[in-house]
Design a protein around this ligand. Structure first.
Ligand code: NOJ
Length: 521
């Protein structure tokens, strides 16, 4: 386990929209470099950068055309290496985004593989043995697009043909087993890409659709799991400080099979979703009733979250870390459903739980979800990908380009939050995040390690209390004062952080409406 994960707090950067240093309207590596001090001062010590490789950008870069070359719009490979070096000078680690499951349809492997008679890479992708094949419901096929007498499997969009790591239980001749030399060759090609960037100075990878590699996999994803255990063995032997975080949202599987961290995502009915964004969105973009725990008026309790989180946490606490997110480039902006105070309370909780938290750029100032037209396959996700709002200056400090040349428009509203304005306001969300992260980074008991005890959580009751070492956290998202007596904690102690007011006295936590309090006992 890389030691640096013990106090890691990540900042996710969508590079298109972070800072445009050369005035062409789109963010770049130099822009990220210029803001490394900002990220460090915010309290984050690690980055995840969304795919920044050569790509036709039909899915914002999740359609990679060349894994070993950066997209020119962000800079060169050397610029990215400079970013690694500048980050390291500030004790910031950098994870790149690894897309192992599929490539762009323009990747040279695919261009060869789709030929009537490929000379190479015949089995780098998954092809049936006839141009007419009806498939089954668990994998999706594209027909009629290639000279080759077959149909091919995709993972997401039509432009993303699935790489071939084999089938768990092949039932037809063209379905290769996972130990077929060609399935293993794909796996080796992936390792080669990982080594290439690790040798260039990156610190690991966020892994896209990590559970998707093996087709006809079983419910426990034993096929994909075996691939990741093998890859982890390579890392442990040659790159023991490199970290992997999975887009999987099943810590009980991912953390037992190669990953150091796994995201909890906003899956329907899941525990994370019960906290925030627990609403449906109509086709017109209107939000339905929001029953999220952190909504002041929702009447929800924290038990749905804990019912899922605690068994996963107990089961995996010696294997790796659960990663709670403020949001990401696929979710709605967290502020879409929550007011600033509600956001602060949510951040209070996710930054004082164990595991390794991730903050999505702009969530520290409560950037809004914008109704903008789709860009690069973003569809409704595009509204969460707009330019970072740095200042009151031109294009809110994102870019010097004319407004109509920007990758996406900046928030046009007169009250658009900015870093500049919030830095000046001691009560701002930005300064609350900074204070929280300062506390976490200073106190070993509040970092990644698994020392969590739930002291109070009850169905039908709004507040929650939990303890980590010498800190007790009290949380009350509701509009009424909460009193929780009989807590098994020592007398005395003192408050070390608070949003709103509260106190812990002789085993009773009193919490004012919408408050979060950290008490040292
Ligand atoms: C998950 C990524 O987060 C998303 O943005 C992308 O569209 C799909 N995987 C396909 O790679």
């Amino acid at each position: 386990m890389p030691k640096w994960l013990e106090d890691a707090v990540f900042y996710e950067i969508y590079p298109q929209s972070f800072l445009d240093a050369n005035g062409d309207g789109i963010g770049d590596f130099e822009g990220i470099i210029r803001k490394l001090d900002y990220i460090r001062d915010l309290g984050c010590n690690a980055l995840w950068i969304n795919p920044c490789f050569d790509s036709p950008f039909k899915d914002a870069g999740y359609d990679v055309r060349d894994y070993k070359k950066t997209a020119a719009r962000y800079g060169t490979n050397d610029d990215l290496k400079r970013l690694f070096a500048e980050a390291h000078k500030r004790n910031i680690r950098v994870l790149l985004d690894l897309v192992p499951g599929h490539t762009s349809e323009e990747h040279p492997w695919f261009l060869e593989s789709k030929k009537a008679e490929p000379a190479e890479y015949r089995n780098r992708y998954i092809w049936s043995d006839s141009w007419i094949y009806w498939g089954n419901s668990t994998v999706r096929f594209i027909a009629g697009e290639a000279d080759r007498n077959g149909v091919y499997v995709i993972n997401f969009f039509k432009c993303q043909p699935a790489l071939n790591y084999g089938f768990l239980n092949p039932s037809e001749a063209w379905q290769l087993p996972t130990d077929h030399p060609d399935s293993l060759a794909t796996r080796e090609a992936l390792k080669d890409i990982m080594r290439f960037w690790l040798d260039s100075g990156c610190d690991g990878f966020r892994v896209d659709m990590a559970d998707s590699l093996v087709k006809y996999d079983d419910a426990d994803k034993s096929g994909a799991s075996a691939v990741w255990r093998d890859i982890r063995a390579m890392l442990d032997a040659a790159y023991p400080e490199a970290a992997l975080v999975s887009e999987w949202s099943r810590p009980d599987l991912s953390l037992k099979n190669g990953f150091h961290m796994d995201f909890l995502l906003d899956h329907e009915g899941g525990g994370y979703k019960s906290l925030v964004r627990n609403y449906s969105v109509s086709k017109e973009g209107t939000i339905g009733e929001d029953t999220s725990y952190f909504r002041k008026d929702s009447r929800s309790d924290i038990t749905r979250f804990l019912e899922q989180y605690m068994p996963w946490y107990e089961n995996t606490k010696n294997d790796g870390f659960i990663s709670l997110i403020t949001g990401n480039h696929d979710t709605s902006r967290i502020s879409r459903g929550l007011a600033s105070r509600e956001l602060a309370l949510f951040y209070g909780m996710i930054f004082t739980l164990p595991g390794v938290p991730f903050l999505y750029y702009g969530d520290e100032i409560g950037m809004k979800y914008l109704n903008v037209p789709t860009k690069e396959g973003g569809y409704t996700r595009t509204g969460s990908r707009t330019p970072m709002q740095w200042s009151g200056g031109r294009n809110l400090g994102f870019s010097q380009a004319p407004a109509d040349k920007l990758y996406l428009p900046v928030d046009p509203s007169p009250d658009a939050p900015t870093v500049e304005a919030q830095e000046k306001d001691p009560e701002s969300l930005l300064n609350t995040v900074k204070a929280l992260l300062r506390l976490r980074r200073a106190q070993g008991d509040l970092q990644s390690k698994p020392n969590l005890e739930i002291l109070y959580a009850q169905k039908g009751s709004r507040p929650a209390v939990y303890r980590r070492g010498s800190f007790v956290m009290g949380l009350n998202p509701s509009s009424e004062t909460a009193r929780i007596p009989g807590l098994p904690v020592p007398d005395g102690g003192t408050g070390v952080f608070s949003i709103g007011k509260g106190s812990l006295d002789s085993g009773t936590f009193t919490l004012e409406p919408q408050s979060f309090v950290v008490w040292r006992v």
